[in-house]
Design a protein around this ligand. Sequence first.
Ligand code: ADP
Length: 169
Amino acid sequence: AAALPAAVLGSAVSTVHAAEIERTFIAIKPDGVQRGLISEIISRFERKGYKLVAIKILTPTKEFAMLHYDDLKERPFFNGLCDFLSSGPVVAMVWEGQGVVKYGRKLIGATSPHNSEPGTIRGDLAISVGRNIIHGSDGPETAKNEINLWFKPEELVDYGLDSEKWLYE
Ligand code: ADP
């Protein structure tokens, strides 16, 4: 997880907490974009208190989708999954905050929407595992790799939010 200097967060936040600030890669898949769920999904991360530090919309090539899902290349659904991810625009984002990698996964819900609790993004908004509208990094190392795959360093924006002094004690 990328640790930020305290200065980035503003003087009201202690260095202890700044060291715990991490980043995760979140993508709204083509089904989420087509279903008009971009603002709904962004809103859930934003209202929680996480900070958006990078965002863009793009249609990945199939080759790029295969790189993104490289760890799943032996799975039977890999080809269809990569066809799907490259079938239309995806909203790629980096979100920052304390515990955002793990808690981002909680906001998203279980891989299969059948098992996702109500209140989660997939639980509330999706039905099928192959159309589960959102991707989120599954751990700190994956987060770093996925951020590096999808974004150039200069596309990540370091900034403070006044609300951070109300979010972090
Ligand atoms: P997650 O996205 O929750 O991290 P995985 O990394 O295991 O889940 O799988 C990546 C994506 O592959 C899932 O989000 C889902 O869209 C798709 N997928 C996973 N399992 C299946 C399956 N059994 N059949 C079809 N698609 C699947």
